[in-house]
Design a protein around this ligand. Structure first.
Ligand code: ADP
Ligand code: MG
Length: 279
């Protein structure tokens, strides 16, 4: 597997991205592995699924790293390992030198907010207050003021504050999910298919919101998607997962113009031929 540095030297004409020039890795994964053991039937043998295999990965401060790969390649498992939601079998995870499971404020995740992902009986105010209370976040003014500030950051009116999520649209729910993730003032966001459940028109709005928030709040993104058009629109670098392994990582431009692995070529071909809507 190529590291970003080996890759940079393999393509001397390629300009290093700003993030690589200016910073140390914020997140470093070394030899990270995780298997699941499942029984196919009650009498069957236990079957090992190597969901994440010996992954080495660095994410640099200020970059967006797009993580692509087909369904089942291990992207979500990798994100859960980083967050400490799932325990890894071997390897290490360092965020600024520390295991991020001790830094829950700093590393947050935005999921796909499909129906039911946010408690439909809670108000928007309650949903956004939860992470503020959980992480004991200090802010100026009242809790209501802070919820209102977060709503405006994600482009929602404070008039929504006492509505229940059952009463609002998919795009609004996704914005509330994002408001919850940024409430603790994190440095790093993992976005796991954050727009996959939304209509195309709404996808573009959420993608633009994420680009703006990254800039305004100085965030670093690990952006997981199977949608290559979104990945290439957002990402400084792309990492490709295949059956639990990270098989290729390079600048977005060089992955698209000069993929090294046969699997990447095939994946790019499939993803581009799926539909022709441009972001
Ligand atoms: P992706 O997000 O790329 O679709 P996942 O990380 O969800 O991939 O899954 C990777 C592999 O691990 C798949 O084979 C999946 O079936 C398996 N897997 C994921 N979560 C579990 C689990 N909790 N128990 C057993 N197998 C799992
Ligand atoms: Mg997934």
């Amino acid at each position: 597997m190529m590291s970003s540095h080996e890759n940079a030297s393999a393509h001397p004409s390629e300009q290093p991205t700003e993030s690589k020039l200016n910073s140390q890795p914020l997140l470093t994964l070394s030899h990270l592995s995780k298997s699941y053991y499942v029984k196919k039937s009650i009498f069957g043998k236990t079957h090992q699924i190597k969901a994440v295999r010996e992954i080495d990965l660095e994410v640099f401060k200020g970059e967006t790293l797009g993580l692509i790969g087909e369904s089942g390649s291990g992207k979500t498992t990798l994100s859960h390992l980083i967050l400490g939601l799932t325990q890894h079998d071997s390897g290490t995870i360092k965020f600024n030198g520390i295991d991020p499971k001790y830094l829950r404020r700093d590393v947050q995740i935005v999921f796909q907010y499909t129906f039911g992902a946010l408690d439909p009986l809670k108000s928007v105010y309650e949903l956004i207050s939860e992470p503020l209370k959980l992480h004991h976040i200090q802010f100026e003014g009242t809790l209501e003021d802070e919820v209102s500030r977060l709503l405006s950051l994600v482009g929602l009116s404070s008039g929504l504050m006492y509505r229940k999520t059952i009463e609002i649209s998919g795009g609004q729910k996704q914005r509330i999910g994002i408001a919850r993730a940024i409430a603790s003032r994190p440095k790093f966001l993992i976005l796991d298919e954050p727009v996959s459940a939304l209509d195309i028109s709404v996808q573009g709005q959420i993608v633009n919101l994420l680009i703006k928030l990254k800039k305004d709040l100085g965030l670093t993104y690990l952006f997981i998607t199977h949608d290559l058009k979104i990945a290439r629109h957002l990402s400084d670098r792309l990492a490709v997962m295949y059956q639990g392994s990270l098989i290729e990582i390079a600048s977005t431009e060089s992955i698209l113009s000069n993929p090294q692995m046969a699997y990447t070529k095939k994946l790019l071909g499939n993803l581009f031929s799926e539909d022709t809507n441009d972001m």
